[in-house]
Design a protein around this ligand. Sequence first.
Ligand code: THU
Length: 159
Amino acid sequence: MKDLKIKSTIRVYNYDELETADKALIDKAKEATKNSYTPYSHFSVGAAALLTNGVILCGTNQENAAYPSGLCAERTTLFYANSQYPNDPVDTLAIAARTEHDFIKTPISPCGACRQVMLETESRFNHPMRILIYGTESIYEIKRVKDILPLCFDASSME
Ligand code: THU
């Protein structure tokens, strides 16, 4: 018997410590929350994807009366980016979330399904995708998706 230890690193920043380009991408994700459609949860999530070609695309969570038909902001954004630019890797994905009152204090934890889609985006282009998650009290920088999806299942698992 032995323990399998899994290590991942998340860097924690204050907003002021970020590079200008990262601040701008987070600002776009924050701005995007205004376009979410959330009549059921009243919880608005925005995401901004910076592609390696320099293009930035935003998306939001879109809810539905038939609840499972809705989609999180991260998947809306990545599917949109991959639909518009199927050959361009996503370099950085910024995410921000707010209630009706304010942005949340602690960076949101993307759901499992979104992490799985992030992983596919990273592996299909063989390019690490950085994730920036905004909270009013701290910002997380994750250097690659595998850091938040250990023991992941991807195409190589079927070889
Ligand atoms: N949601 C996201 O868009 N991203 C996340 O990382 C977590 C949750 C959405 C789904 C739903 O519209 C609302 O937030 C409440 O779960």
